[in-house]
Design a protein around this ligand. Structure first.
Ligand code: IVH
Length: 711
């Protein structure tokens, strides 16, 4: 029996009908106060009055579970953590904006519009360009249905549960003055106010956690959590600025759309204005720029949009941006400080980067205490030394840069900085590679070793179950592995005492490593992390050369016989393999009994034009950028049909990233993690090869799946 059954309530508890009425009243009340507080910044009651209302609502809903609905203000937090964020298509592509850097650019934009529209009077909406994470909110029949990050503009990540926790996002549109439309897709920006950001960082520092670099990173990190309970603890706000699609409401201008968004309870950016000339746009830009330091949120320019909606349609868009809007950017923020010290950090691939440690200085609300000096040549070009006064700049997300040295008359300068002649991590003599300085001790330098081990064991390489980056780090930190080959000497007894290990897990890891002594040659090559060699090139090299020794002895010209291997790639491969430390590390790996196996020769002999053999089963594949010859849905179905999993975000477990035109951060992430990347042409080749071999799907030109070679 539940309290929900009519007539069963105890005498002093309300009946179901009474409870329903009370719940409805409380929800409206809580929603109203939420709206006043978070969207209008004009609260009418104190926090404790609000808390009382909220708790009464919670208690009533708990007593009457059948009366709980997803749009209740109590239902913002509580969803179960997700395994991954789903890929969701936007109702309308989310384009980006063309940029203007000076008033002349804006003037040309204005002239183009006047000419195209043949109108003398044009009105523009001007508003701050918020520097956060843009996202789409979709309301169906007034109820929040989904929230999707911008992603590549066509498809983004579904972050609905996370966005539900953001108080400024109504779970149900308000209808005080305007009925909710049947369908509404809104674009907005998730941001963190600077005050909120600082409090968050303060809390993190107190908890011993690293603070966030800037509000934008903190925001996109919070938005993309798998557990919405974490998002709920991050102070996010969403400001809505564009009606992307609407059914059941009609606007003639953008300003009307913005007014409607407000009426429906969404929060919109401050200081939106309508102006009629380039001069006014200039004034607006200047005024905002002057106030930039005193704002409580980060902006990097102002957005100028044609107010009238019908002419927007006539103007249309390029593949990247609408022709009716432009972002008029601010100059990057610059600040002057002093270099206390220059040190060199060793990256995971062995690149030595000079870094300037600065007297901490605030640049637009963020304290900057270090800046990259990029590489040896950049350092020489800028000619900065320890103790120098320098101008630094922070442009958007980019790591702060040293722009220039500021000469100081009569001040003694330090010595010119020279790159060290020993790797700061392992002492090996570094090599000069173009502008870069690289530690060649790739498989034993501590700075590189953890990453190398994890990569060696990753799914597209040796696929050693249990050898993730945490374990790799532990093995190096505990001194059990001093170079890559050492992993083959690990014993159960070595592992059992380590944190996180027990007998079974220790045995499993030792077995998993042992079993992978015999491994496909292509996987072994991937595992070495040779520059430029991802899954696809590794498969080609394996099919062509068929043994580690043959590859180690191959002249660059022979490598270049492989389709897609050019002189730059062959030189990179040769340089890597010829490096004495690498050669020694390879010898030691082979001495541990590692035995890479050549791919089977297919009937009729393997030829390169057949493309590399590719087993899609269980592969994790990420699609990014705009695809030209596939629709995303189609490609996803094809890959899934071959047994692959198409996932939304790139991690060390990703096997392959398919990059279309203008790919975003996923490509960068893939490069960072050493995940294989192919373009559409290469993918098609592989799919064709699979289709030819298995008669499976993948060859659009011949849906029968007949072997392409026989056609
Ligand atoms: S309007 C079709 N207005 O800036 C373009 N965008 O590339 C509609 N942004 O990530 C966008 N503040 O999401 C518009 N007030 C504002 C904005 C804004 C920030 C973002 C936008 C995109 C980037 C422009």
């Amino acid at each position: 029996m539940t309290l929900d059954q009519p007539g069963q309530a105890a005498p002093d508890t309300p009946t179901r009908e009474e409870a329903a009425a009370e719940i409805a009243r409380l929800r409206a009340e809580v929603d109203r106060h939420n709206h006043l507080y978070h969207a209008k910044a004009a609260p009418e009651v104190s926090d404790s009055v609000y808390d009382d209302l909220f708790r009464r609502l919670q208690a009533l809903e708990a007593a009457h579970p059948s009366l709980a609905t997803p749009d209740s203000p109590t239902q913002r937090v509580g969803a179960e953590p997700l395994e991954s964020l789903p890929n969701l298509e936007h109702a309308v592509p989310m384009l980006s904006l063309d940029s203007a850097h000076e008033i002349g650019d804006v003037r040309r934009f204005d002239e183009r519009l006047r000419k195209a529209l043949g109108e003398d009077e044009i009105r523009y909406v001007v508003e701050p360009k918020l520097d956060g994470a843009s996202l789409e909110l979709v309301y169906v029949d007034g109820v929040l249905d989904r929230a999707v990050t911008r992603g590549n503009g066509r498809v983004g990540e579904g972050v609905t549960e996370n966005v539900r926790t953001i108080p400024s996002v109504p779970l149900r549109l308000r209808e005080d003055t305007l009925p909710a439309p049947g369908f509404l897709s809104v674009r907005g920006e998730a941001i963190m106010y600077l005050g909120d950001f600082e409090n968050l960082n303060q809390r993190r520092i107190e908890a011993g956690e690293p603070p966030y670099q800037n509000p934008r990173n903190a925001t996109s990190g919070a938005l993309r959590q798998l557990d919405s309970k974490i998002t709920a603890q991050r102070p996010l706000t969403v400001l809505a600025y564009d009606v992307m699609a609407v059914e059941g409401a009609d606007f003639a201008t953008d300003s009307e759309g913005l007014a409607a968004l407000k009426a429906w309870g969404l929060r919109t950016p401050d200081r939106i204005e309508v102006v009629g000339s380039v001069e006014e746009i200039g004034d607006y830009h200047r005024a905002f720029d002057a106030d930039r330091e005193s704002l409580d949120y980060e902006i990097d320019g102002v957005v100028v949009k044609l107010d009238a909606l019908e002419p927007r349609e006539r103007l249309g868009s390029t593949s990247h941006h609408p022709r009716w809007a432009i972002a008029y950017k601010f100059e990057p923020r610059k600040e002057v400080t002093r270099i206390d010290r220059i040190f060199v950090s060793v990256g995971r691939t062995g690149v030595l980067t000079p870094v300037a440690l600065l007297r901490p200085v605030e640049v637009g609300g963020v304290t900057v205490s270090r800046a990259s000096l990029h590489n040896r040549e950049e350092l020489e070009r800028k000619g900065v030394r320890e103790g120098d006064r320098v101008r630094i700049q922070r442009a958007g997300d980019v790591i702060p840069q040293v722009v220039e040295r500021i000469a100081e008359e009569g001040r003694d300068r330090g010595e010119p900085f020279v790159m060290p002649d020993a790797c700061p991590s392992c002492g090996t003599e570094p090599l000069e590679k173009g502008p870069f300085t690289v530690c060649p001790n790739h498989f034993a330098c501590r700075a590189q070793l953890k990453g190398r081990i994890a990569h060696f064991g990753s799914r597209s390489a040796l696929d050693i179950e249990g050898m993730g980056s945490e374990t790799a780090a532990l093995l190096v930190d505990e001194g059990l592995v001093k170079e890559l080959a050492d992993i083959f000497d690990l014993t159960e007894e070595d592992l059992v005492p380590l944190e996180g290990f027990a007998e079974v897990s220790a045995r499993n890891l030792v077995r998993a490593i042992g079993e992978r002594r015999r491994v496909e040659l292509a996987r072994f090559l991937v595992g070495l992390g040779i520059p430029e060699v991802g899954v696809s090139v590794a498969a080609d090299l394996a099919a062509h050369f068929r043994s580690v020794d043959a590859i180690r002895g191959a002249p660059p010209e022979e490598m270049e016989e492989i389709h897609g291997v050019g002189s730059k790639m062959s030189a990179a491969i040769r340089n890597f393999l010829d490096e004495p430390r690498v050669a020694e590390a390879l010898d030691r790996l082979m001495a541990k009994g590692v035995e890479p196996v050549a791919p089977p020769v297919r009937e009729g002999g393997a030829t390169e034009s057949d493309g590399p053999e590719h087993d899609w089963e269980g592969n994790r594949i990420v699609l990014t950028g705009a695809l030209e010859t596939f629709s995303r849905r189609e490609l996803k179905e094809i890959l899934q049909g071959l047994g692959a999993r198409v996932t939304g975000s790139v991690s060390a477990r990703t096997d392959l990233v398919v990059a279309g035109a203008s790919p975003g951060s996923k490509l960068a992430r893939a490069r960072e993690l050493g995940v294989a990347v192919v373009d559409e042409t290469e993918l098609r080749k592989r799919l064709d090869a699979s289709a030819g071999r298995r008669g499976g799907p993948g060859d659009e030109r011949d849906p029968s799946g007949a072997d392409p070679a026989t056609r």
